[in-house]
Design a protein around this ligand. Structure first.
Ligand code: ADP
Ligand code: MG
Length: 693
């Protein structure tokens, strides 16, 4: 009978009592198998002695030589300096704590071997507090014949101790007691080395191992483990999707008269991409199981219309639809659109937001609960406890990034009460990089509106330093004199909203002085909804030529005659947000321009970001770059960080693996379903928390 390592408690190892077990538990190390998966974060090469003349700053190295002089230096901190010489050069050891005996020993002129990090000190290369020992003629030539692993630690646990424990764990490892869940054929087709070999190697790479490869995580043994871990994540998402799809949802069998009527009253016809995506939605709605679909499309691609068509089909079948947006401004914009489109067709559109209070709120709640509201538009407030729907069959969520897996789950809960699940349509204003789409969103089906409505002109983007602000202002003047309209966007992200509005007010005043004669408007988040609406309406009617705004205009504003946008301090914004903002121009017939007026000097990252904006207007490329520069945590918001806690994998580093991971996961799921659950247990001990909501 084989005693699997995942059932062997760490206490079975020599030197682990209750106290040590408790310390290990802080690192989530409970079993012998856990220790095996507790991989070194890096390695030291103590397998050879490096000539002093070949050292590079920052190296960690073993050196050997004769002390040729010791002195105590006073300076800011008293220290003992000892110069060591070998045949290629000299270097100083520096000790801030030392004893007389130590000094004496170093003055004895006996050969020593030291290990430490090479720093740049006042005497040239130095090692602070090296590990060192006296060396006799009969000592071995090196400290080790393998690379030395450095493990993640916790209080009260030393490298030496954890090494001893991992050593013992490795002694117990056989090909039989650590299960290989990846079948041979799968491992062969993706060139993955066996699990036990990989683990053994990573704890103890041989002296000839490629340290650079190990450092960048590209060694096959590391690939192998990242691959398996990513597969486990993928499988958990596949499982979640399948589970969600087992639920019942109402069937909508036809697009219906309402959608036809809606299209008829529009001044334009849908693009091919819009039609195709609408058909994809319809086929989900027919299935009898909840739709879980993400619609991606670049800014301006017309996602709202596609959502409205789906809403029309569901209302036509006799059910309610909810549309949620992450901010009040965006929600108001949807309210305006949906009211304009559906009121003439005899539908009731209700409104729900946090700020809605008192009698007005009661009335809306009542119309939602009684079912007299066909379509409900709002913010997160829509899905609060006290909002009861009569027969909610479709939830449309705009802007995926701020709406995570957990919110999707909460929505599903609401459906459980009414006996059928609402279909979910999620629209993202910012394209999701493939890396993320394949991981965080693998539980969703995906449609892409890959076509812009006709008549859009590409926006020419210019990057200008604020030292040339006056030229930019001159440019605004000329544009306005030519009858064009202009946005001037003020940004200030780190500070409070109040400061942001203040900045916009100040800018508006300054611009009014320099551009007297122009009609200038100002919008920011602190204005009352009615005031905002009035200013936007005047801008739309071309009564305002220059609109000074905070980033509130990021969403929802549509003024085709506006063909110039100035963004101040664009270096402070994420690429996705800049892309959104820029999407407000280029909606009409004239050539449009976007001026990124940055504050000089720009850092390296800032330069890279702004030149990305100048070079491309492809939302997908921009999103990839954003991910590369900022990492997934920031892109997704903190709500989803749970999805990003990998043991060995790193999405950015390992993104080249994702295609294969996806294929392998699908294959395992189909051919070896019994292996899925043990893999999840190995890599995602908390996976049930995602699955069983
Ligand atoms: P987004 O995908 O960024 O949410 P919207 O849905 O806000 O885009 O659409 C942007 C603008 O394009 C809106 O004014 C909308 O009315 C208009 N629009 C949508 N579809 C078409 C189309 N097929 N032809 C022309 N204009 C369209
Ligand atoms: Mg939109």
């Amino acid at each position: 009978m084989i005693d699997d390592l995942d059932t062997q408690d760490v206490r079975e190892l020599k030197g682990v009592g209750d106290a040590m077990a408790e310390k290990l538990a802080k690192l989530h190390l409970h079993t012998v198998q856990d220790l095996l998966f507790h991989l070194p974060i890096r390695y030291q090469d103590r397998t050879r002695v490096i000539p002093i003349g070949q050292l590079r700053f920052g190296d960690e190295a073993v050196i050997e030589g004769i002390p040729i002089g010791c002195e105590i230096k006073m300076g800011k901190r008293r220290s003992l300096l000892c110069r060591i010489k070998d045949s290629s050069g000299t270097l100083c050891l520096r000790f801030f704590h030392f004893s007389a005996a130590q000094k004496k020993q170093l003055e004895s002129g006996k050969r020593i071997r030291c290990f430490g990090e090479i720093r740049r000190g006042s005497t040239g290369f130095e090692i602070y507090h090296p590990e060192y020992k006296l060396i006799g003629d009969n000592d071995p030539h090196a400290d080790s014949d393998q690379l030395t692993p450095i493990y993640p630690l916790t209080d009260g646990l030393t490298q030496t101790k954890i090494r001893l424990l991992c050593e013992q764990a490795l002694e117990r490892l056989t090909p039989y007691n650590l299960k290989e869940w990846l079948p041979d054929n799968l491992r062969q087709s993706f060139s993955l080395p066996p699990l036990d070999d990989s683990i053994r190697f990573l704890h103890h790479p041989t002296a000839d191992a490629n340290l650079e490869q190990l450092r960048t995580g590209s060694h096959p043994a590391q690939y192998r483990l990242s691959f398996e871990e990513l597969m486990a994540h993928q499988l958990s998402l596949i499982g979640k999707k399948i589970k969600a799809k087992e639920d019942k949802a109402i069937q909508v069998t036809a697009s219906g008269q309402l959608a036809t009527d809606l299209l008829e009253q529009l001044p334009f016809s849908p693009t091919n991409a819009q039609q195709r995506v609408f058909q994809e939605l319809l086929s989900d709605l027919k299935s009898g199981h909840p739709m879980l679909r993400l619609v991606q499309g670049d800014v301006g691609s017309g996602k709202t219309l596609v959502a409205a068509l789906a809403a029309a089909a569901v209302v036509n079948a006799g059910y309610q639809v909810a549309i949620m947006a992450p901010t009040e401004i965006l929600a108001e914009q949807h309210l305006a659109n949906f009211t304009q489109w559906f009121k003439p067709l005899g539908l009731n559109v209700a409104w729900m937001a946090g700020k809605l209070k008192g009698k007005a709120r009661e009335a809306e709640l009542e119309s939602i609960a009684s079912g007299s509201a066909h379509i409900v538009v709002g913010t997160h407030a829509l899905f609060q406890e006290n909002v009861h729907f009569d027969r909610l069959a479709l939830a449309i969520i705009d802007e995926q990034h701020r709406f995570g897996v957990h919110q999707r789950m909460a929505l599903r809960e609401k459906g459980l009460k009414q006996g059928f699940q609402p279909h979910q349509l999620i629209m993202t204003a910012t394209p999701i990089p493939r890396t993320l789409a394949m991981s965080a969103y693998a539980d969703l089906d995906c449609s892409i509106i890959d076509e812009l409505p006709p008549g859009r002109t590409p926006v020419n983007t210019i990057v200008v330093s604020d030292q040339r602000r006056n030229e930019v202002i001159e440019r605004v003047k000329i544009a306005c004199q030519e009858g064009k309209q202009v946005y001037w966007v003020c940004t200030l992200i780190e500070e409070s909203e109040a400061l942001q509005c203040q900045a916009a007010e100040d800018t508006a005043l300054l611009l009014a002085e320099q551009l007297s004669g122009l009609s200038i408007g100002l919008v920011h988040g602190r204005l009352k909804a009615a005031e905002k609406a009035e200013i936007m309406a005047r801008f739309k009617a071309n009564e305002i030529q220059l609109l000074v705004a905070t980033t509130v205009i990021e969403v929802g504003v549509d003024v085709p005659n506006a063909s110039l946008m100035i963004i101040e301090n664009p270096e402070r914004l994420g690429l996705a947000q800049l892309h959104q903002l820029r999407g407000r121009v280029g909606r009409g017939q004239t050539a449009s321009h976007c001026v990124l007026l940055y504050k000089a000097p720009l850092g390296q990252q800032g330069k890279e970001r702004l030149s990305t904006m100048r070079e491309t207007s492809d939302g997908f490329k921009i999103a990839e770059k954003d991910l590369e520069l900022r990492g997934p945590g920031e892109l997704l918001g903190t709500r989803q960080t749970g999805l990003w806690e990998f043991k060995v994998a790193d999405l950015q580093r390992d993104k080249a693996l994702l295609d294969d991971v996806q294929k392998a996961a699908a294959q395992l799921h189909q051919q070896y379903p019994e292996r899925v659950s043990p893999l999840l247990t190995r890599w995602l001990p908390n996976h049930s928390q995602y699955l069983n909501v």
